[in-house]
Design a protein around this ligand. Structure first.
Ligand code: HEC
Ligand code: HEC
Ligand code: HEC
Length: 456
């Protein structure tokens, strides 16, 4: 009895003392973060404002205050500190100094500032001046929009549209039409496989949303792959290629499948020999590529073709561009739910994805729930061998999502509503109301665009 009273008094004393100490301690202003953040003046100012109230939980290498070792205080904030950095790295969001800030990092920041959910309450209880002032908050929110307009939005949009978290797709990307035409033939050419049975289009069919609509792909001699084939439509806009980002761009990516033994099972030497023997093709190819057929020119032509796989004109894009009746009411409501639930913090930009690696199951263990572990689950870890990258995947685009089933890297989900509900469950640890899931699905269905004027 006496003992618990002592503990209670101790807790009370601490609860009053710590915030008081923190008042005097003040906040470290703009030291660690500003040096790591991008040099843009607006980003530097954001770093200055955020370092004080946010660094404790969202920056690596920040010294911990002495009281963090005390039992009561530490149990209150220790979990938040560990989980905070796992979820969000402020230096990564605002940097690197010699690169650019992260489109996803800014979207996440915008959402917590708009909803005023950060810092967490227990932290504020210990840091009476811990939050952002109204003025600081508005300033950061304005800066986010300005950075977006300057760095991420496609050209030619109004300031208002460009400042939003998602953008319409551009109509096209500049290309060389002759090289595109060669690339289109190579994309459909089965001579790119060892036994002349498989082309790129076998697994990325343009009449199947740029995928094979199968759980995993089938390569030469009926061999099954280990991972779901993503779409080639709009892939040009991704910041990296493959689920784990192991190719930096389309040309780099196109070098992979031909020499992959379970996909096309050949070598570029063999492919070049076969294509050289085709007089007519060789002549046409050399008209655009005087240096002749090689791994570099073949993959270049394929990538040039893939740059034309852009699908503008979806109902959602027409809505974004100001045509208010382009979106059915249910889809409009779905867009609101999509933002409110936080989906548009990872699924951002013109692709609604393709801008960052994110942990699958950050709020609840997806892999334990699913079972059957496989190497395909490693995600970005397969490239970096960094423990924090385990289960982190490039966020897939949601463009044309109604056509690119089944879903997830493991192709385990065939129904779009099921995929939406799993996202809420494993990324947020929440349950979507059935009617809200239906609304989101209606919104996602409005993301189907057109290629060469024909709806996908
Ligand atoms: C005491 C630790 C702590 C402090 C201080 C803190 N956070 Fe967090 N933050 C967390 C935790 C824990 C999470 C994980 C999500 C959750 O638990 O709500 C998180 C998540 C986030 C996320 C990701 C949200 C998402 O849905 O992806 C952002 C962005 C963020 N915090 C921004 C901030 C900003 C900005 C500040 C300063 C104004 C701040 N945080 C201060 C602990 C903290
Ligand atoms: C046997 C089926 C198969 C063939 C053939 C194939 N792919 Fe793929 N493709 C896949 C799979 C599966 C992935 C995902 C692999 C991964 O991420 O590890 C993929 C990934 C891609 C990506 C990355 C998309 C993204 O979102 O990251 C592009 C682009 C692509 N393939 C283009 C091509 C091209 C071009 C060819 C022909 C040279 C080709 N593919 C041949 C199955 C195939
Ligand atoms: C923390 C980042 C993050 C958030 C937040 C998020 N997603 Fe995702 N989403 C991902 C990642 C990563 C994947 C790929 C997971 C995998 O394949 O294992 C994905 C996959 C998907 C897919 C399947 C795409 C495909 O082609 O396979 C859909 C649909 C989807 N998300 C919808 C949503 C919806 C709806 C929400 C909001 C409820 C949401 N996401 C929130 C990161 C996120």
């Amino acid at each position: 009895m006496k003992k618990s009273l002592a503990v209670l008094v101790g807790m009370l004393a601490l609860a009053l003392l710590l915030p008081a100490i923190n008042l005097f301690r003040g906040q470290p202003k703009g030291t660690v973060l500003t040096t790591r953040a991008h040099g843009d003046a607006r980003v530097q100012r954001m770093a200055q404002v955020l370092e004080g109230p946010c660094a404790d939980c969202h920056l690596e290498g920040v010294p911990r205050p002495f009281y963090a070792a005390l039992p009561v205080a530490s149990s209150l904030v220790e979990r938040d500190k560990r989980v905070g950095l796992e979820w969000y790295d402020l230096a990564e969001a605002l940097g690197p100094a010699d690169g650019e800030p992260s489109e996803v990092g800014l979207a996440k920041l915008e959402r917590v500032l708009e909803q005023r959910t950060m810092p967490p309450l227990p932290y504020l209880a210990l840091h009476w001046r811990g939050g952002l002032s109204r003025h600081e908050r508005d300033e950061v929110l304005r800066s986010i929009q300005q950075v977006r307009v300057a760095l991420f939005a496609p050209r030619g949009l109004s300031q208002e549209v460009a400042g939003r978290v998602v953008h319409p797709l551009p109509e096209s990307v500049p290309t060389d039409p002759n090289k595109v035409s060669l690339g289109m033939r190579l994309y459909h050419d089965t001579r790119l496989s060892g036994d002349n049975t498989i082309s790129c289009a076998s697994c990325h069919a343009l009449n199947k949303g740029g995928t094979d609509q199968a759980r995993v792909s089938t390569g030469i001699r009926g061999q099954l792959g280990g991972i779901n084939a993503p779409t080639t439509f709009n892939a040009v806009f991704q910041f990296a290629q493959f689920w784990d980002g192991r190719a930096s761009d389309l040309q780099d990516q196109a070098a992979g499948p031909p020499e992959n033994p379970i996909e096309m099972g050949t070598t570029f030497a063999e492919i070049v020999a076969k294509l050289q023997a085709d007089e007519e093709f060789r002549r046409e190819f050399e008209a655009s590529y005087p240096e002749g057929l090689s791994k570099a020119t073949i993959t270049h032509a394929i990538a040039e073709f893939e740059k034309t796989l852009v699908t503008p004109g979806s109902p959602f894009d027409r809505f974004l561009l100001g045509q208010h009746d382009a979106l059915p009411a249910q889809a409009k409501a779905g867009w609101e739910v999509f933002q409110r639930e936080g989906c548009a913090t990872c699924h951002v930009g013109r692709l609604l994805g393709g801008r960052s690696y994110e942990k699958m199951g950050r709020a609840k263990d997806y892999f334990a729930a699913r079972g059957n572990p496989s190497d395909a689950d490693l995600g970005r870890y397969a490239v970096t061998r960094q423990e924090q990258d385990r289960h982190r995947f490039k966020v897939p685009t949601l463009r044309n999502i109604a056509r690119t089933f089944p879903y997830f890297h493991d192709g385990s989900v065939t129904d779009l509503k099921d995929a939406v509900q799993k996202m809420a469950e494993f990324q947020f640890g929440s349950r979507l109301k059935d009617s809200d899931a239906d609304r989101i699905v209606a919104f996602l269905e409005s993301l189907t665009g057109s290629w060469n004027g024909n709806p996908l």
